[in-house]
Design a protein around this ligand. Structure first.
Ligand code: CA2
Length: 164
């Protein structure tokens, strides 16, 4: 424990294989590289990272419950569970802090079953197709939302600023 506020970065099934299988699709960065990127970004912004990966649906639900109690926001790549899991969606729906759904690939250019997300409707925002950088952008956005001195990160306040 460092005393700094935490941002949770949660990863679903098979993402432990990143960088070792299917580099043409998912790139050469490993999940440890992505963890280091998130940690470097968070440290720069004054946050800790709680970085997890699991291949099990119930464990991902447990990770969401732990993050709900401890983190200022959740970055989640639920991987295949994105397209199948009512349990993951229901767990995320209980989170009041911002939730950013991240995908390395642009799921909308892939098979039709990947166009459907069970979790997008309960997420604050969705990033897909930015590779590992998507994780960094999501961490930066959660830190910005947590900082009341950055009102432009909230769409309704940008609208208000524009119209006043
Ligand atoms: O693009 C993404 O980040 C995905 O969430 C990745 C998931 C896929 O099911 C989603 O549709 C999109 C798959 C993660 C599997 O990762 C692998 C990494 C290396 C080798 C094989 C799988």
């Amino acid at each position: 424990m460092t005393g700094r506020p935490a941002i949770a970065v949660l990863n679903g099934p098979n993402l432990n294989l990143l960088g070792r299988r299917e580099p043409a699709l998912y790139g050469t960065a490993t999940l440890t590289d992505i963890e280091n990127l998130c940690r470097r970004t968070a440290t720069e912004l004054g946050y800790d990272i709680d970085f997890r990966q699991t291949n099990h649906e119930g464990t991902l639900v447990d990770h969401i419950h732990e993050a709900r109690d401890l983190a200022r926001g959740i970055v989640i790549n639920a991987a295949a569970y994105t397209h199948t899991s009512v349990a993951v969606r229901d767990a995320l729906a209980t989170v009041t802090a911002p939730v950013i759904e991240v995908h390395l690939t642009n799921v909308h250019t892939r098979e039709p079953f990947r166009h459907v997300s069970y979790i997008a409707a309960v997420a604050t925002g969705v990033l897909a197709g930015f590779g590992p950088a998507g994780y960094e952008y999501a961490v930066r956005h959660i830190a910005a939302l947590d900082n009341p001195a950055a009102p432009h990160t909230r769409i309704e306040e940008l609208h208000d600023a524009h119209h006043n």
